[in-house]
Design a protein around this ligand. Sequence first.
Ligand SMILES: Cc1cc2nc3c(=O)[nH]c(=O)nc-3n(C[C@H](O)[C@H](O)[C@H](O)COP(=O)(O)O)c2cc1C
Length: 423
Amino acid sequence: MANEVCFRTLSLEDPTSLSTYESIGGYSTWKSIIKGELTAINIVEELKKSCLRGRGGAGFPTGLKWSFLNKDIPGQKYVVCNSDEGEPGTCKDRDIMRYNPHQVIEGLAIAGFAMGADTGYNYLRGEYIEPFSVMEHALGEAYSAGLLGKGVMGSSITFNLYNHLGAGSYICGEETALLNSLEGGRGLPRFKPPFPANFGLYGKPTTVNNTESFASVPVILEKGAKWFLELGTDNSGGTKIFSVSGHVMKPGNFEVGLGIPFADLLSMAGGLATDRTLKAVIPGGSSMKILAGEIMMQVNMDYDSLRNAGSSLGSGAVIIMDDTTCMVSVLLRLAEFYHDESCGQCSPCREGTGWLVKILNRIIKGQGKKGDLDTLVNIANNIEGRTICAFGEAVAWPIQSFIDNFHDEFAFFVKEGHSMIIN
Ligand SMILES: Cc1cc2nc3c(=O)[nH]c(=O)nc-3n(C[C@H](O)[C@H](O)[C@H](O)COP(=O)(O)O)c2cc1C
């Protein structure tokens, strides 16, 4: 069940070339669309049945999202691929683009047809120079083969696609900040509603999906929703690429069926070093809630199981921490990141992130005060739900969950002025 969807070209020679992609059935769905064998309704219905959920973080059902954008409303529409991949720990979209660029292109072309958009953009984070050049090369091949452009293969279908490098900002992964950035403005999140489906890029109806979501679509339509659904669990169809990092012997990206026991994923990543025990895991990227190691060893890696355990699958970045980890230091590091990346529009986030860093810094220097832990949680509670975008939750959840799960360790540091972890 490994490498069956987004990484299906990985083991092939010359995995990024058009000929390799076509040799495994690539672009067959797009060609069926061009021949008029598939309708937009067929596509959206098949996606709904597949239970593909958005791989960018929130897990919103992709078929349902596509049904919001009515193909028949006249006027310009857009599809946008979110390859910003800023969530710490996440590096899967990078590898999809590096090793299977044509599947991303086909996914976007199919999406364009399904939603009546003749133009698509792939927005890559500023640092992704290599994936950008692989995508550019693949795009060139697709145009030369007549698979993209005006009146594709003599049909009435037009689809143009552009890769766009951002400037390397975490907030530009938030879909409305991404749209502002793509328009040439500052990457500041917009109020929602209106949602991008009504008012997106240049004010036109737009669908934004993650790279892994788009790359899954051609395979679902080629092999069928049932096939895809059965790779995962009832409510979490398909495979997912987990980026496993931290204290494991073989960190990397692993494409596996959703619902795999965490313990199996840990083994695939080589397990922990000898004599080490699992202390904690952030299962879905640094903005998701941390869970204790004992809990994770009982959990399956799918949307519902992780939610029931008190966290989220998020972007699928699994950050492993063994018993040598000082939770106070990790939380300070995360708080610094979010303080740095806050766009500054909303005062609870702009001011609160700085305040969190100041208190955690004081604790680390051995100058923690009684009441600091309550103040940290109080600040986090007052950021959560009080910002334009979900960056507020991304800041609050680590603070709340670290202190909740490892309260004794934090209290020890405040009282004694040093970490309880001796390395
Ligand atoms: C602060 C913040 C950062 C985000 N970063 C990313 C990102 O790097 N990549 C991504 O696909 N989605 C990111 N998202 C989620 C997007 O806003 C959006 O929900 C997603 O691209 C939709 O695609 P999906 O439905 O396929 O998951 C972020 C959201 C927030 C609030």
